[in-house]
Design a binder for this molecule. Structure first.
Ligand code: 8YV
Length: 319
């Protein structure tokens, strides 16, 4: 074991599930505690207390203050993902605990955003159902929409949003965005998300947000209404960053054209009403889930913890 101090292996708490290959790699270096799988994870952490010097979570299972309160010797938490909405970053910083992310997934998330946009436009999943159910024998399906040349609005132009925009350029889309940070890009910067939505044919949410329940949704009803009956909405960020009840209602009533959704407010539960709608394509939070990227993410988690406990610092810490 490389992560050992004075012969004793460093003990790591898994506060979020990791893939089997990541677990196997971590086990070669550390003593692992699968805390997330316990009936009462906090009680398990309490029992381990000062033995734990490292942790590993993921985008939907981050490092919370309750964890830190129980782990006085925690030095580092490796997040398998880039979303930090479930981690208390300010509290970790205050305590000097390093948080690392896996900045290797931007291409895949952008690829899925395009796939969802294409599916929502071209009704691919609906077409698949049309063929399988035998409806094709009785007629042609309704036409889709043309993605090429659409006006595309991006909410968030960080690493993911930028990759989405680059791909949309290949579709000859006109691109505009809202983002709190000034970006040195040729795309049109808009300050008001409602105005952006009114202009857009396609609106993609690719922004980082606040923890669930702590702030109003970034995409509220007014934005969705401005996108309107012909508008197409894609979400590869977090479900709670959208007013989900309004989204469902507008999709069902025709107030919003179509949507491609990879994330939901209460995963893995999806609003029942969405299941019956043909104008929405639903995927189970798979944006980073390719064999290649899952492996790279796992390696990044392991690499961060191994490097840290070898005294060489973290590889991909957040600033
Ligand atoms: C992962 C993600 O699926 O990076 C993120 O924040 O949401 C995804 O890459 C997630 O970490 C799994 O919970």
């Amino acid at each position: 074991m490389s992560g050992s101090a004075g012969g004793e292996p460093v003990e790591i708490a898994l506060i979020g599930a990791q893939r089997p290959a990541t677990v196997a790699a971590l086990e070669r270096h550390f003593k692992l505690h699968h805390v997330y799988a316990e009936a009462d994870p906090l009680a398990a952490l309490r029992a381990l207390g000062p033995r734990i010097r490292g942790a590993a979570g993921h985008g939907m299972a981050g490092l919370r203050k309750e964890h830190m309160d129980l782990l006085p010797r925690l030095e580092i938490c490796a997040i398998n993902g880039v979303g930090l909405e479930t981690s208390d970053v300010a509290e970790a910083k205050r305590r000097g605990i390093v948080i690392t992310i896996t900045p290797v997934l931007y291409d895949d998330v952008a690829d899925l955003a395009i796939a969802l946009a294409l599916d929502a436009c071209r009704r691919i999943a609906e077409g698949d159902r049309f063929v399988r159910s035998g409806k094709w024998l009785h007629g042609r399906p309704p036409p889709g929409r043309k993605l090429t040349g659409m006006k595309a609005g991006l909410i968030g132009l960080g690493r993911i949003g930028t990759e989405v925009a680059r791909r949309l350029e290949a579709f000859r889309c006109e691109i505009a965005y809202v983002d709190p940070l000034p970006r040195e890009v040729a795309y049109r910067h808009v300050t008001d998300a409602v105005e952006l939505a009114r202009w857009s044919d396609l609106l993609v949410l690719a922004a980082a947000g606040r923890p669930k329940g702590t702030a109003p949704p970034i995409v509220d009803r007014a934005i969705l209404e401005a996108l309107g009956p012909r508008g197409i909405f894609v979400n590869v960020a977090r479900g709670w960053l959208v007013d989900e009840p309004a989204l469902v209602e507008l999709l069902a009533s025709g107030g919003l054209g179509a949507a491609g959704l990879d994330v939901f407010d209460d995963e893995p539960r999806v609003p029942e009403a969405l299941l019956a709608l043909d104008n929405v394509v639903l995927t189970p939070h798979i944006a980073s889930n390719t064999e290649e990227t899952a492996a790279a993410m796992g390696e990044t988690v392991v690499g961060n913890l191994v490097s840290w406990f070898a005294g060489k610092g973290a590889l991909t810490p957040i600033p």
